[in-house]
Structure formats: C-alpha cells, structure tokens
Ligand binder design. Structure first.
Ligand code: NAX
Length: 325
C-alpha cells in the first residue's frame, strides 16, 4: 500500500460532491492501492450538512480513507494538498447578471487560489468544476503565482464524455470504441465538440454520420446537455459531473494510455493561435503525471469559426473580471 495523499474538495456538502467524495474514497480516482486523506471545505452555514457527509463516510468504513478533515477555512482545507477539486461555487441567483456571477465567483476563487499558493503541495494538481469553470480556473491560477500554471485545469471531461456517448449511440457502437474526440474552448453553450478527428473502431466518424446530423443535432445536443438534464431531473448534472471529475484526475495522475481527452488548460504557448491568457479546452494526452497538448491537428474553416466563437466568449469573461486579476 502507498502512503496517503491529500485530496481537497470544495463544495463538499453539495450534490456533485455527494457522489464524488464517495467514489474517491472507494479508489476510483487514484486506484485501489492509494490511500487518501479527504480535506473537505464548505461555507460556514453548510458545516452541519458537511458533518452528515462525514458521518456517512465513516459509516462506509472505506479501507482507503486514511483521514478526514472537515473545515470552513480554505487554509486548512488546502494544507499540503496533493490534489484539489474545486466544486463549490456561487450559483446564479434571481436577477443576477452574468457579470455579477463572474465577480461573485472571482471573490471565492481568488481566496482559494491564495490559500493553495500558501499551503498546498508545490506539485498540487487542481481541477476547477464550479461554474463558470474556465474563468474561475483563470482567477485561481492568477492568485497562485508560485504554482505551475500547468497544474491548474478546468473540467471539460463531462462534455467530452457526453460526446463519446452521443456518437456511440448514433453509429450503434460503444463509447469505449470512440477515440480522438476533441471538445474545444469553454464549458458553456459555445463549446465546440469537434468530430473531425474522431474514429469508431478506427473508422473516421465523419464517414459514418452525415454533416447535417453533426451540425444540427450533435453539436447542439452536447452544448445543451446540461439544460436537458435540468429539465428532465429538476436538478443539474451531479453523478455524471462527479464521474467526469474522477476521469479527468485519473487520466492526469495515472495516464490516458494514449487516448485523447479534453481538458481546460492555460492557453500560453498553445499551437492553435488561441489567445494565450485564458483557460481553453484543448486535445490532450497524459503520461507520467503530465498533460501534453496534441499539436498540429488540421482545422477546417468551419472548425476555426467555432473555435474562435468560444475563444471570444472566454476573452469577454476575462475582461469582465480583469480588474480582479
Ligand atoms: P450545489 O449547490 O449542490 O453544491 C455547491 C456547494 O458549494 C454548496 O454546498 C455550497 O455551500 C458550496 N460552496 C459555495 N461557496 C463555497 C465556498 N466559497 N467554499 C466552499 N464551498 C462553497 O452544486 P452542485 O450541483 O454540486 O454544482 C457545483 C458546481 O459545479 C456549480 O457551479 C455547477 O454549475 C458546476 N458544474 C460544473 C460542471 C462542469 O462540467 N464543469 C458540470 C456540472 C455542474 O453544473
């Protein structure tokens, strides 16, 4: 058995965390031989609910749980953390403008970035899930100047997984047979799920589906999937979001075995001409605890238009909180 690693999770009493924490505790994220110390952060009014989560974790008697910390202090939650999944965020309230939402979250993520900068393991791997995830990740990164910007990422894996499952259903295959999927840009309705490079059982997806389905069905379905879940379930995606967070961290920490994944990463030095100061989802492979951008993919005029639209949205989100960076 390895020595324990510390995993910080924010928004720990919320609905995504109710799935996420238990799956991490069961070994789904870092493997069945990796004990974890769970460092759970909530806001003060939610500490009672968090205590209930801790009681249930104890009642599971998980062999891999080496310790549990429950706190409302980010400095405690991120102390020596090896991994952090930032789920807690301010939801949009009635009458709240998008810029208000960005600012309210900027306040949360700047505090948490500073706390990680001061207290976390220097090699911490950070995933931001709370929305607007990409811009929240940018704020975190700017407030953690002593951490490697490559170690701060935002979640696009749910969009990636949604794409795999839509393609598999369309062509009558299984999502494990779908490879080389790319989702570019922002985790929002402007994201670009791009099938140009994707294959099923090695055959190009573009040869298996017609362009009308791709443009008029697939792209909007993936872009609007979050809203469709809310309509059907009366609550936003939770178990699937937790599962995507597990997939993202597992690929990053343990490797993606040559498979392409989509991750929101800091865009500095990207090879696609994207603005270099945003968190933008790119095609990625992971090996030895590091991610690498897949460079030099062909970009059609259609793809370039879609990539630029989502880039522009991220630039405008950054502009809205520029005075806080
Ligand atoms: P919930 O409202 O159930 O839980 C959020 C929790 O965060 C609450 O318990 C709240 O008390 C806590 N919280 C708020 N501010 C905090 C702070 N400063 N420090 C610590 N905890 C804090 O939301 P849930 O359904 O779990 O969703 C969480 C976030 O994930 C939302 O922002 C949501 O929009 C986002 N999502 C992101 C996805 C992605 O793919 N990137 C997909 C799923 C999800 O929509």
């Amino acid at each position: 058995m390895k020595s324990p690693v510390r995993v910080a999770i924010t928004g720990a009493a919320g609905q995504i965390s109710y799935s996420l924490i238990f799956r991490i505790a069961a070994g789904d994220m870092l493997g069945p031989d990796q004990p974890v110390v769970l460092q759970l952060l909530e806001i003060t009014p939610a500490m009672g609910a968090l205590n209930g989560v801790v009681m249930e974790l104890n009642d599971c008697a998980f062999p891999l749980v080496a310790g549990i910390v429950a706190t409302d202090d980010p400095n405690v939650a991120f102390k020596d953390a090896d991994f952090a999944i930032l789920v807690g965020a301010r939801p949009r309230g009635p009458g709240m403008e998008r810029s208000d939402l960005l600012q309210a979250n900027a306040a949360i993520f700047s505090v948490q970035g500073k706390a990680m900068n001061a207290h976390a393991n220097r090699n911490i791997k950070v995933l931001i899930v709370g929305n607007p995830a990409n811009t929240n990740a940018l704020i975190t990164l700017k407030n953690a100047p002593d951490l490697n910007p490559r170690n701060i990422t935002s979640m696009m894996r749910l969009d990636h997984n949604r794409s795999l499952s839509q393609i598999a259903a369309k062509v009558g295959s299984h999502c494990t047979k779908v490879e080389k999927m790319v989702v570019w840009g922002n985790h929002s309705a402007t994201q670009f799920p791009d099938i140009s490079h994707a294959t099923v059982d090695g055959k190009p997806v573009v040869d298996l589906v017609d362009n009308d389905w791709y443009v008029k069905e697939f792209i909007p379905v993936v872009q609007q999937r979050g809203a469709a879940i809310i309509k059907a379930r009366g609550a936003s995606s939770a178990a699937s979001a937790a599962s995507a967070a597990i997939d993202h961290m597992r690929s990053w920490a343990l490797g993606s075995s040559g498979q392409w994944v989509s991750m929101g990463v800091y865009s500095a030095g990207n090879s696609y001409g994207i603005d270099e100061d945003i968190m933008y989802a790119l095609p990625i492979t992971c090996e030895n605890g590091e991610w690498q951008e897949i460079k030099g993919l062909a970009v059609s005029d259609f793809a370039r238009g879609m990539m630029t639209a989502t880039e522009q949205e991220l630039v405008s989100e950054r502009d809205a909180i520029a005075h806080l960076l």
